[in-house]
Design a binder for this molecule. Structure first.
Ligand code: PAF
Length: 281
């Protein structure tokens, strides 16, 4: 496995794969790899001839400078994890390689996909940062398939729209959320959730489970299902920033809960903000 820092090194390293028409699988990350990322790398390894992982803490998608500063940076351990997962090439650029002095490009989607939920709470600049860096990474790596975690359900929809609207020849593959044994969704930010907050963090999964249980009990009114979920979270002393039941493609709020509806939740827990989601079945 090789670690490269520049676009030209990456292109050289992929030249042979491209000549031989090998399928290139791509796992974009911001590092601090955990079992969720391992699932992405492993699926890419099973499905593609060549697997590329990127590690880049993208400054343009952070609305909160403290969050950017505090974001865990663990490159040595990440490279070891990538090697174990069978990754062929790690692209770990410095910021000036991705955003050289004077760079002005920004790739923006508009509408509810970027304005609602995470977009409303973090500011739509968050998704503008994501679409800008992902568009650049897709142009740099030119993968056949790119793997994203379903935990960031809205990001999956945003990237799918990006690919559709800019005609990138890339298939977006969402990979199921990986959880700790007690149900907490894996996240790079979990390292900052300690002590009593670690128990409180279970509120998000409890809220999602409650939505399914309320639905299973026969309730179909979205407001009633949401109220039960918010109450379930309150028993962990956690107030959601949002808890919504939405269409899984458009993210429009649903009045009636139906199979396939997406339940999305975000909540501050201790020093961090956590998100999670589940599909009603
Ligand atoms: O999900 C992430 O880690 C980031 O948003 C991504 C897709 C790597 C873009 O910086």
């Amino acid at each position: 496995m090789r670690v490269v820092r520049t676009v030209s090194e990456l292109r050289d390293a992929l030249r042979r794969a491209r000549r031989e028409d090998s399928t290139i699988g791509f796992v974009p990350t911001m590092g601090a790899l955990h079992a969720g990322h391992e699932a992405l790398m492993e699926q890419a390894r099973r499905e593609c001839d060549v697997v590329v992982l990127s590690i880049f803490v993208n400054p343009t998608q952070f609305n909160d400078p403290t969050d950017l500063e505090r974001y865990p940076r663990t490159e040595e351990a990440d490279v070891a994890a990538a090697e174990r997962a069978g990754v062929d090439l790690v692209f770990a650029p410095f910021a000036q390689e991705m955003y050289p002095r004077g760079a002005t490009i920004e790739v923006r989607l508009a509408g509810p996909l970027v304005d609602t939920l995470e977009g409303a709470h973090r500011g739509s600049d968050h998704f503008h940062g994501v679409t800008t860096v992902v568009a650049k990474l897709f142009n740099i790596v030119q993968p056949d398939v790119a793997y994203f975690g379903q935990k960031d359900a809205q990001q999956v929809l945003v990237v799918t729209a990006l690919v559709r609207e800019l005609n990138f020849p890339v298939r977006i593959q969402a990979v199921q959320t990986v959880r700790e044994p007690d149900g907490l969704a894996m996240s790079s930010r979990n390292v900052h959730v300690q002590g009593r907050d670690r128990e409180r963090a279970l509120a998000l999964k409890a809220g999602l489970d409650s939505a399914q249980a309320t639905y299973d009990g026969g309730e179909r009114d979205a407001d009633a299902v949401i109220a039960a979920s918010v109450a379930a979270m309150a028993s962990y002393e956690v107030d959601p920033e949002y808890l919504a039941i939405v269409d899984r493609v458009t993210l429009e709020p649903l009045r009636t809960v139906e199979p396939g509806a997406l339940v999305v939740v975000a909540a501050p827990v201790g020093p961090v903000r956590l998100i999670d989601n589940a599909t009603i079945h």
